[in-house]
Every structure is written in C-alpha cells, then in structure tokens.
Design a protein around this ligand. Structure first.
Ligand code: HEC
Ligand code: HEC
Length: 392
C-alpha cells in the first residue's frame, strides 16, 4: 500500500491543470472492523520508525525524493559532515515552513529522546562516520551574494523565495548547520544528486564568501510560538447543520505506455483530489464537512486550516470517530499529497467514498489567503517554483 501512495505523489502538486472528474456517488460509508493504522512509535526500533515516519518522503532506502523534494539522508558527503547533534536536532525540531515536521516530543511531535536516538543511529549506520573537516576562512558576504544569486538561488531560493532544493534560509537549518558543514556541501556537492561539487569551479575565497552570505539568509525571521497541542477532543465536523458540498474531484492521469500516448492497460483513473477553491467555497457557504490535517501535530500547532482536526499519518485513531453518514472528509498536508494520501487510502478502504485529498495542500491554501489558524510569527509560505520537477 505504501508503494501506491508514493507512486501517486510523484505527480506533484497539480494546481488545476487536469479536467475535473465527476464526483463519485456516495455509497453508505461503512465502518470497518479492521484495526486502524496506528503506529505505536514508542515501541518501534530504528528501522521500523524510519519506515513508518520517514520513508514516505525520504524513500525506503533513505536516498530522498520519494516526495516533497526530501533530500537524501544517506549521501556520504552529508553523513560525514553531519554530526549526531545535527541529525538529532534536524529530526526533533524539523525545518518549520517546509514539509519537514518537528518529530521531537518537545516540539509537538511523536518521538521521545530514545526514539530520536534510535533514528539517529539507524541513519548513522547507512554511511560514513562523522569526521573533522577543514574549516574555511572569513568570507566576504557581498561577493558571496552575487555568486549565490547566479549559481545557487535557482535551486535553493533565498529568504523570500522557495526553491526545490533544501531551504538554506530556514532559521532552523542555519541554527544547526556549521560553516564547516556548509562548506563541505558546497566544495564536494552531494554525489548522485543535482548538487554539484563547486570546488571544481569556484575558488576557496569565493566559497568562503558564499558561506558567509548563506549565514545572513535567515536573519530577521520572527520566532514562532506554537499553538496549544491537540487535545483529541476537537470537534470533527464543521458546520454540522450545513448542507452537503458538491465537490468535483480530479484524478491522476493513467501513466502513458513507453513510447506511446495510450494509457496503461487496466488503469482506471481514481478521482481523489479536490481543489482548494472548492473547499474554501464550501467553508464560506457554511457547508458540512470534516477537514483532516494529516501532518505531524507539530505542524498543526504552527499553522492549520481553520477548523481542521489533527489526525497525523502515523496515528489514525481518530478516524474511528468519523460519522458514517456520507459527510465529506478532506485531508491535507503540505504539497504534494503523500501524507494526506495515506489518510484517504485508509478512508476509502473503510468505505468512505466522500473523502478527498486537498489538491494543492495547505501552503497554497495559505498563500491564497483562505482562513487559517496560525501561531504568532508564521508568515505566508513563499511561492513554490513551477512546475515542481523532481530532483535526481
Ligand atoms: C513530509 C515529508 C517528510 C517526512 C515525512 C520527513 N521528512 Fe525529513 N525532510 C523533508 C524535507 C522536504 C527536508 C528538507 C527541508 C527543506 O526543504 O529545507 C527534510 C530534511 C530532513 C533532514 C535534514 C537533511 C539535510 O540535508 O539537511 C533530516 C536529517 C531529516 N529530514 C530526517 C527525517 C527523518 C528521520 C524523518 C522521519 C522521522 C523525516 N525526515 C520525515 C521531508 C520530510
Ligand atoms: C541544480 C540545483 C542546485 C544548485 C544550482 C545548487 N544546489 Fe545545493 N543542493 C541541491 C540539492 C538537490 C541538494 C540536496 C542533495 C541531496 O539530496 O543530498 C543540495 C544541497 C546543498 C547543501 C546541503 C544542505 C543540507 O542540509 O544537506 C548546501 C549547503 C548547498 N546545497 C549549497 C549550495 C550553494 C551554496 C550553491 C551555489 C554555489 C548550490 N547549493 C547550488 C541543488 C542545487
């Protein structure tokens, strides 16, 4: 099942380029007697934790790019320059504002300290040990800025724009990345990815300049105070007395046969995506629906769609409480759809035909100014590059 989810995700965020498919007829939503998908993270060893929580984005092998441009976690130049502290803090506090959620309990995530340690040693075992690497000199940030604009910004973005590669302006990233870590990545690149080894084309002085410029990128970002954690008692149904929305769902096109345009035999398009505009209109018209935030609870505490309940992809317990009366359930995550896809797969398995993935995700919802509940200091997400390609 995981594999199917991942395959869908590669299609990326589709901001309405395909024709909407007709809405499916609602068969009575049946309650399933099957055990819900709950991950008891507390008891899992490192490899299982990784599969349940991380593989949907970073891939089964850790090489990244299963979804959301999640980078490789096993690249040798990454592991030899990332200390255990860097790995631990990256997982615990995440990269707020990107799809990398905070997984540490102290930040609203599911993992206690022992769980974090198990994941760090699991990743550690997949590549070279951390080692002391050469430091650079003090660089000139102004010279670095010019090089950055020319050679780096198209992939990495800057403090106001988002690229498809790791956000170097992210304050949480800058708080844990040392100059030596930055320099090592720039000089040697990340072999096998789009990140080239700039040691071949930039001088040591130029690289020092770029490092010192990258350091300035996160400055001025406001600190974010998280909203209270979910109690599990938040009402599921919005506008309980409202009418039923008439959603038109989009399907992923069937993959074309190699060399031809005909769709793969036996593939039936699966209408499962509803656009942000339709859902915002339903909310504005006070129609009855459930909106599920499928991300880690730490993300729900940062910014969420107004009225959304937290039912994270790794703990679907609250799905048992959904009304079985045909009420629409819309699940979302950041772009694209892998985490919300896990929730919708589970709902469809249980017979909820009136269930859909929010097509463009919460970032586009937020960007368009639709209602959110946001912690203080959370700004609208920067524009995403279009079209979102995959990096390999
Ligand atoms: C929803 C997708 C998603 C999930 C699930 C996810 N990550 Fe990430 N992760 C990302 C993205 C995207 C980034 C890069 C952030 C950015 O774009 O700046 C990232 C970055 C990281 C980094 C920093 C890597 C670097 O090169 O700086 C680490 C370490 C990491 N993730 C580990 C994990 C672990 C361990 C888990 C499971 C507990 C996990 N991630 C779950 C998407 C995800
Ligand atoms: C063609 C796109 C592209 C360009 C141009 C590019 N990068 Fe990268 N960069 C990437 C990708 C993709 C990764 C992550 C690779 C991976 O999965 O390990 C990355 C990783 C990095 C990292 C490591 C981040 C981390 O947390 O692991 C740093 C630092 C970095 N790049 C800096 C730069 C700088 C500085 C420049 C310009 C001199 C630059 N990059 C140009 C695509 C690019």
């Amino acid at each position: 099942m995981k594999r199917a989810v991942i395959a869908l995700v590669i299609a990326g965020c589709n901001a309405g380029s395909a024709t909407p498919a007709p809405a499916p007829q609602p068969p009575p939503a049946a309650k399933s007697d099957q055990t819900p998908t709950i991950v008891q993270v507390a008891g899992l060893d490192g490899p299982r934790l990784y599969v349940a929580l991380c593989a949907p984005c970073h891939g089964a092998d850790g090489k990244g790019y299963a979804a959301d441009h999640a980078p490789s976690l096993v690249n040798p130049t990454f592991l030899e320059s990332a200390s255990d502290d860097f790995l631990r803090r990256s997982i615990a506090s995440g990269r707020p504002g990107t799809s990398m959620a905070a997984y540490g309990k102290a930040h609203g995530g599911p993992l206690d300290s022992a769980g974090l340690d198990r994941l760090v040693s699991y990743l550690r075992g997949k590549g070279p040990a951390f080692r002391m690497l050469p430091a650079g000199g003090a660089g000139d940030p102004a010279a670095g800025a010019a090089i950055y604009a020319q050679r780096c910004a198209s992939c990495h973005g800057d403090s106001t724009t988002r690229g498809e590669a790791v956000s170097l302006a992210n304050p949480a990233f800058l708080a844990m990345a040392t100059d030596v870590f930055l320099r090592h990545a720039i000089v040697h690149g990340r072999p096998g990815t789009k990140m080239e080894a700039f040691g071949a084309t930039l001088s040591g002085t130029e690289i020092d300049g770029v490092v010192s410029y990258v350091r300035t990128l996160g400055a001025g970002a406001p600190a974010v105070q998280l909203l209270p954690e979910p109690t599990g008692k938040e009402p599921l149904v919005q506008n309980p007395r409202g009418g039923t929305p008439r959603f038109h769902l989009r399907a992923d096109p069937c993959p074309a046969l190699p060399g031809g345009s005909a769709a793969t035999a036996g593939c039936k398009p699966d209408p499962r995506y509803v656009s942000v505009d339709q859902v915002a209109a339903a909310l504005a018209a006070r129609q009855r629906l459930v909106i599920v935030d499928a991300r880690s609870p730490s993300d729900w505490r940062r910014v969420r769609i107004a009225g959304a309940v937290s039912i994270p992809y790794h703990d679907l317990k609250r799905l048992d409480e959904l009304p079985g009366d045909g009420t629409w359930v819309v699940a979302y995550c950041a772009c694209p759809h892998h985490l919300s896809g896990i929730v919708i797969d589970e709902l469809r398995r249980r017979g909820y035909a009136h269930s859909a993935v929010l097509d463009e995700g919460i970032n586009e919802w937020h960007r368009r100014g639709y209602p959110v509940i946001a912690a203080e200091g959370v700004a609208k997400p920067p524009a995403e590059p279009k079209p979102p390609g995959t990096i390999h």
